[in-house]
Design a protein around this ligand. Structure first.
Ligand code: UT7
Length: 336
């Protein structure tokens, strides 16, 4: 049996920077409120007037960098896994668009719909394919275009100020040394809380016809909804549980963590987890200040930046952890 190892990482974010104060043109909010509650200072939003970026295009741009760094060509990739909650089209998903955009052979492409946990779920699927020997190199992408679907008004401010656009990608490759690479992944869900963080329509549960027929100015079902405090309370518990689960499965303790890359949901959540595990500022990577919450893209963007800054090195124990809509939560323990 083989192991899988991250051999290349890449990220792409749109050019347009939206600072907290810029949001005031659409809603009643303040830089102070946003920074105090979330840690966010700015985020990237696609500017459709000057850019043709989409979820798939951003994903392909990040993937290209990851492939170059891994030293693999498009012909050496065996499979694409694409995690997003904001695909270019209702169907098909983003994976097939990446296959076309990168002019790849007719390899398989799978979309993962697990929101903030999407990248860790996708990594886990890729890891299984590599462990069984079926594939040698798998492209794993997390990408989101939130800005196109957020409600830019005071009514939507509780959600809109938090989310940003961007993409991150990793090439996962066969590793013959079983003490290296992805040591474990742990995946969880609790569907009874699906509606606490969701976008209901348009979907088969609330189709376009119904939305148009109701023609209700108070209808917010086609904007994302989040029960913020409830999500926050669950997040801090689940993050901690799933990191602990991963450590224990590998006979590791919190003292063995060299770098924790938490999903960038809220700086306060990351700080809570940091305190709980007794980690120093150097052992936790946060960039939510600059990108907001980019859902499935947040972990691969953060991991790419941590690696670029020389904060992830050979032999390090790296922990990825995420929690979000579903609810879903997940962790990965990686020996770099
Ligand atoms: O990535 C997926 C997982 N997501 C998360 O983990 C997010 C978890 N939740 C959170 O991060 C926080 O709950 C939020 C940052 C979303 C919200 O912070 P909060 O401290 O829970 O605020 P709140 O929703 O309880 O709102 C407090 C007040 C309200 O006013 P009143 O009713 O007290 O008068 C809101 O209307 O803040 C108001 N408010 C705002 N004010 C200025 C809500 N959004 C804004 C805003 N600007 N953008």
């Amino acid at each position: 049996m083989y192991n899988s190892k991250i051999t290349g990482l890449g990220k792409y974010v749109p050019e347009q920077i939206i600072k907290n104060d810029d949001l005031k043109q659409w809603m009643d909010t303040s830089d102070e409120w946003i920074q105090e509650r979330t840690g966010i200072k700015e985020r990237r939003w696609i500017d459709p007037k000057t850019s043709d970026d989409t979820t798939s295009i951003m994903g392909a741009k990040a993937a290209k960098i990851a492939m170059e760094r891994a030293g693999v060509t498009k012909d050496e990739i065996d499979f694409i896994i694409f995690a997003t909650l904001s695909p270019d089209m209702y169907f098909p998903g983003g994976g097939v668009r990446v296959q076309e955009l990168l002019d790849m052979p007719t390899i398989g492409a799978l979309d993962v719909r697990n929101q903030c946990s999407g990248f860790v779920y996708a990594l886990s699927v890729a890891d299984q394919f590599i462990k069984t020997g079926m594939y040698k190199n798998v492209l794993v992408i997390g990408s989101e275009n939130h800005s196109g679907g957020l409600e830019r008004s005071t009514r939507g401010r509780g959600v809109t100020v938090i989310f940003g656009d961007g993409a991150g990608a990793a090439v996962l490759s066969r590793e013959e040394d079983n003490s290296k690479g992805v040591l474990s992944t742990h995946l969880h869900s609790e569907g009874k809380y699906a509606k606490e963080l969701a976008l209901e329509g348009p979907s088969t549960g609330r189709w376009v016809d119904a939305i148009m027929e109701d023609n209700d100015p108070d209808d917010t079902s086609y904007y994302p909804y989040m029960n913020g405090q409830f999500v926050f309370k669950n997040a801090v518990v689940r993050f901690s549980e799933v990191i602990m689960e991963g450590l224990m499965a590998n006979n590791l303790t919190k003292k063995d963590i060299d770098m924790l890359i938490p999903h960038q949901a809220n700086l306060r959540i990351s700080q809570f987890v940091q305190r709980k595990f007794g980690l120093s500022d150097d052992q936790v990577y946060n960039n939510i200040m600059h990108y907001g919450n980019t859902t499935a893209a947040s972990i691969p963007i953060a991991l790419t930046e941590a690696w670029e800054e020389g904060k992830v090195n050979d032999g390090d124990t790296v922990v990825l952890a995420a929690f979000g809509s579903g609810f879903t939560w997940a962790s990965a323990i990686i020996k770099w």
